[in-house]
Design a binder for this molecule. Structure first.
Ligand code: F6R
Length: 242
């Protein structure tokens, strides 16, 4: 485990983007595992900036996202497909046929997850997986208690997540997806490199617990202590307790 201290969100984003750029420069046809959420948005915008300056080229890259809500069509403005296009893909030259996000519109969960694992396998596995971390230590949609040995699978969202997401769905709980498709911990651990970005004082407790506490399914991210090439880039606030 390697921990890189950044001053603030901007500095964290630059450092993470540097690691991703290095990966793509060293291996232009790299397979990048990508995440949504607020943590990586700055990393994506830094990469867009360097792409515009001609410093990094994504034309041969394959991207495979971590997760997607089950039941949301791609076009829905809360889908992770939509998020990724808005925050990254629409502004760089990743080829559309090399962009993969779990198919939330496929109601057959077993088939959607099987197909996704097959996509990852056909791509030759993930070279670099970018992650954020939830306050309870979740990675992807792998909530506390999630088995370490799962590949892509369908999860029931917790009451707290449904409640927290209501604001994105006209405050109408009935519109909030109840399930999601997510890469499992096994999938994440099989990535050759894992890069986590964490920012803000509200992440300090969980960072300490996940990376300086016991490895346990109760803190899903703690398994990353066992990954042979795990890099955490955190800002001062997120790393303040370690
Ligand atoms: C995103 C994802 C989630 C987030 C986590 C942290 O695809 O799967 O695990 O990484 O919830 O979210 P933020 O970055 O918004 O704090």
């Amino acid at each position: 485990m390697k921990i890189i201290r950044a001053k603030d969100y901007k500095d964290m984003s630059r450092k993470a983007a540097n690691i991703i750029s290095a990966q793509v420069i060293m291996k232009p046809h790299a397979v990048l595992g990508l995440a949504t959420g607020s943590s990586p948005v700055g990393t994506y915008s830094q990469l867009i900036d360097w792409y515009n300056k001609g410093d990094v080229d994504f034309s041969e890259v394959t991207t495979i996202n971590l997760d997607e809500y089950r039941g949301l069509p791609r076009e829905h403005d809360q889908s992770y497909w939509y998020f990724m296009h808005k925050n990254f893909f629409d502004s760089v030259n990743v080829q559309p046929d090399r962009i993969f996000v779990p198919d939330g519109s496929n109601p057959d969960a077993a088939e959607a997850c099987r197909e996704y694992d097959a996509i990852i396998q056909r791509a030759g596995g993930i070279d670099l997986q970018l992650l954020g971390i939830g306050h309870d230590g979740h990675i992807g949609f792998n909530e506390p208690g999630a088995a370490f040995e799962l590949g892509t699978h369908c999860v029931d969202l917790t009451k707290e997540t449904i409640e927290a997401n209501k604001r994105f769905f006209n405050n109408d709980e009935s519109l909030v997806p109840r399930q999601a498709y997510t890469m499992g911990i096994k999938t994440i651990m099989q990535a050759r490199k894992v890069l986590m970005v964490a920012s803000g004082a509200d992440k300090a407790q969980i960072i300490k617990k996940a990376f300086f506490g016991p490895v346990t399914p109760e803190v899903p991210a703690s398994i990353l202590q066992m990954h042979p090439d795990f890099v955490l880039v955190g800002d001062q606030d997120a790393l303040s307790l370690i």
